[in-house]
Structures are given as C-alpha cells and as structure tokens.
Design a protein around this ligand. Structure first.
Ligand SMILES: [Zn+2]
Length: 233
C-alpha cells in the first residue's frame, strides 16, 4: 500500500513519532494484513520514500473514536490539535462512507535493514551464484527516474530475497540482442542491498551502465559467455 504524505508529515514518519495512519475500512483496507509492506512517498515529487510494514490493524466506528485511542504525535504531528487533524477527513471521505465502513487505524513500523544474502560473503563466484535462490519482492521494471534499469537492449531490476538464507539483494537483468551472426548475450548483476530504500536510491542515482561502473563495493556478475565473476573492487 502506498501512502502519499505532505512533506511535514513525512518527516514525522521519518523521525518515528507518527506510526499510525487512519483510513476508512473499505474493501481495499479490508484486504490488509499484518506484515504487509507500506511505502511512504513525500509529496510533491515523491522521490523520497520510506518503507515499513503493518504491525497492527484496529477498527473504530469513525475518525473521532479512532483519534481518541492515540496521541496526536502518533497520528499526525504535535504541531496540530486533534480537532485540526479531524478536520482533514471530510475532504477525502463522505459521512455516508464512514457510516458504511467504519474506520481502521493502520499501525506501522519502518523497516530496519534486512541482512544481505550470504552469497556476498563467498569468495568463489560459482558457489555464490549457486547459493542464490531468487524470490521477487518488488519488480522496478525496465525504466525509472528517466533512465533504463538495464544495459544494452532490454532488461529490468528486481529487489529480491534469497529463499535459501533470507538475505536481500538487488538484481539487474540485461539482454544484448545480437546483430546478424552475433549471439544474444544475457547479463545478470547481483548488488548487495539490504532494504528497498537502498535499492530505490540506486535506481534513482544510476542507469544500467553507471550502476556497474559506480556501485560502491563488490558485486556479483554473470553473463552467458563468461559465467559468474566478482566485480573488480
Ligand atoms: Zn542467500
């Protein structure tokens, strides 16, 4: 679930004081479960993001009853009163919707860094590639922030968890389409990245080629001609 926040309120999430988001308990929110991922986007450009997950879901009759159960710091910001906070909702929800569905307090925590996949601690690149068992968490597609997330002709980036050790990494997959007699070449890079926030930062900073040149540290690369290797760091 994506939560778009005013810059001032985004900062209270970042500081860790705001950790409750209120919503009408409509069909979309009824599907929320504990542990579900939350992405907080800072308005207006939404480049800066925070990642978290749902730790509690509590239902209330309306927003006033919900606001009674928490401090204003947890709901919004201590620069405002609960009356000012409650005055925000009529812009988004009608009385009829609130009566029909009731409300839900989505309690959350920001993600602290997960651990890296154990492959990055291995010396032998063959063994490292063999260790990795790819589980997709978030597919960023082939393009973001106005540049390609792959080298050459086609590809994409995915934030992944390793099914074997539970550690994280960012994968970049690329294809070179051979011309005439040339063979196609397939490239896979595995970058040690432990949170979606770090992966998103790399997506913003680097296109497919510059991430290979400028990634600060060792990473694993594999191409269909040469097999797996560590980058020269
Ligand atoms: Zn692993």
């Amino acid at each position: 679930m994506q939560i778009h926040l005013h810059p001032e309120i985004f900062e209270t999430v970042k500081r860790g004081t705001k950790n409750v988001e209120a919503r009408v308990f409509d069909e979309k929110r009824q599907r929320l479960e504990l542990g579900d991922a939350l992405i907080f986007l800072k308005r207006p450009d939404e480049i800066e993001r925070l990642y978290g997950h749902v730790t509690g879901l509590k239902r209330f009759k309306d927003f006033a009853e919900l606001a009674d159960a928490y401090t204003i710091e947890r709901l919004y910001s201590n620069k405002y009163t609960k009356e000012q906070y409650l005055a925000l909702f009529p812009e988004f929800y009608s009385e009829a919707e609130i009566t029909k569905y009731g409300t839900v307090a989505i309690e959350f925590e920001l993600d602290d860094g997960g651990k890296l996949c154990e492959a990055f601690a291995m010396e032998n690149a063959e063994e490292a590639v063999k260790h990795i068992e790819l589980e997709r968490i978030e597919n960023y597609g082939d393009m973001a922030y106005g540049h390609n997330l792959h080298t050459w002709d086609d590809g994409h980036r995915i934030f992944c968890r390793c099914g074997k050790c539970g550690g994280y990494f960012l994968m970049q997959y690329s294809e070179y389409h051979g011309i005439g007699e040339e063979k196609d070449v397939y490239y896979t890079d595995y970058f040690p990245v432990s949170t979606p926030a770090e992966a998103d930062k790399l997506n913003r900073l680097y296109n497919g080629f510059t991430i290979e040149q400028k990634f600060p540290g060792r990473y694993l690369l594999r191409d269909s001609n040469r097999g797996p290797n560590w980058s020269n760091q």
